[in-house]
Design a protein around this ligand. Sequence first.
Ligand code: GLU
Length: 484
Amino acid sequence: MKKVRTRFAPSPTGYMHIGNLRTALFTYLIAKKNGGDFILRIEDTDRERYVEGAVDVIYDTLRECGLQWDEGPDIGGPVGPYVQSERMELFKPYAEQLVEKGEAYYCFCDKERLEEVKAIQEASGIMPMYDRHCRDLSKEEVRAKLDAGVPYVIRQKVPLDGEVTFHDELYGDITVPCSTLDDQILIKTDGMPTYNFANVVDDHLMGITHVVRGNEYLASAPKYELLYRAFGWEVPQYIHVEHIMKDKQHKLAKRDGDASFQDLMAKGYLKEAVLNYIALLGWAPKGEEEIFSLEELIDEFDVGGLSKSPAVFDPLKLRAINAKYIKKLAPEEFLGYAEPYIRQSVKRQDVDISKIAALLQDRTEIFTDIPETVDFIDSLPEYEPSLYCHKKMKTNEENSLETLKAVLPVLESIPQESWNEETLHEKLFELIAQMGVKNGIVLWPLRVAVSGKAFTPGGGIEICAIIGREDSLERVKKGIGKLS
Ligand code: GLU
């Protein structure tokens, strides 16, 4: 059996769309599942799209996600160079081989002629294609033009009739009539290859066995198939994956904001959660379990689980998965992530950030939610007295006023040195027992008074412990004032 070799071949655009990252992930998983090699090839020949520093975005993203390549531009390998622009000299002899075999030909048509042909075709409603004007030039004619230095391209000689069938692991056999395929350019006037030619030659020279790519390449696949056959090379297994959609009609685009790995990191997601989630976009595990580490994905992944229908990016599901990953963090790890977000709204220095973090861990879905969640710690927000009314707790403005009046002396009786969660708990539960009421009758008004919010990390007792004696007393007094 041939060793499995897969490649991720991104173009350095300065941006890692999650669809690209998903391609990298599937590519990596196929290699690792089969004990194979995962190769990184940078396809940087489109100079117009070239962005400074963009290759680092690729390296950094893959590394952060743990998708370590076995061969690539920075670490080398037996079939380098791994940067397409450094391979440019290599392709022309392959195109010349095809000319020799009668599978490609020199084309001397100039731009003006090609534009004229195109205009005529468009005017008569025909799909614009090269009209094969140079396809049957005699050897002598070609020689004469080459000797005269007439600029030329080399074109693929697609069969004039018949069909071509290629196989995709997801879509099965796809057959198209050759008459629909253009005699595409393989080598441009400057001697450099087109992308469509370079990727076939590169994949062959690099011994690639499986190609995972977006299904925008499906239309080109028949021409690739013909090129492999023309060379007599083994065709890799193709896996064309569906787009990631924003909704049923629209692809998830850069402007949508959630489309790149960097966008999601900036929004406060954990990279492990993002990687887990994107694995589920277009791939279904066999069982019910959906939470997988990269190691587990290697075991679980199976091309048969890939879907032919487009996956819709669901931010709520990503949040839910992220929350699961956050829950699993060790408390110190969580603190490390959460502290900068807590500090965005908690500026005071007299509070214990780790206590705040401890209250947050179980209820945080993404880190960027944190600043708003803890904004009441530095200062009590304005709130309506109606916040004291809670149907389930059976509280209203009247009984809340009574409660707060009873709570205040209890809090005042606790000296500064024993102001902590345990004492607060003990004293307030004594009060609850004395009053003979349900916990909520006391704890709900207390929470509202010290936070001014309906939803808080922790309840009134934990909040009092965090904000300290002085602030707690002041806030309860304010509550009494508001309700009186
Ligand atoms: N450089 C191409 C892209 O980023 C790769 C396509 C392929 O995987 O063949 O779209």
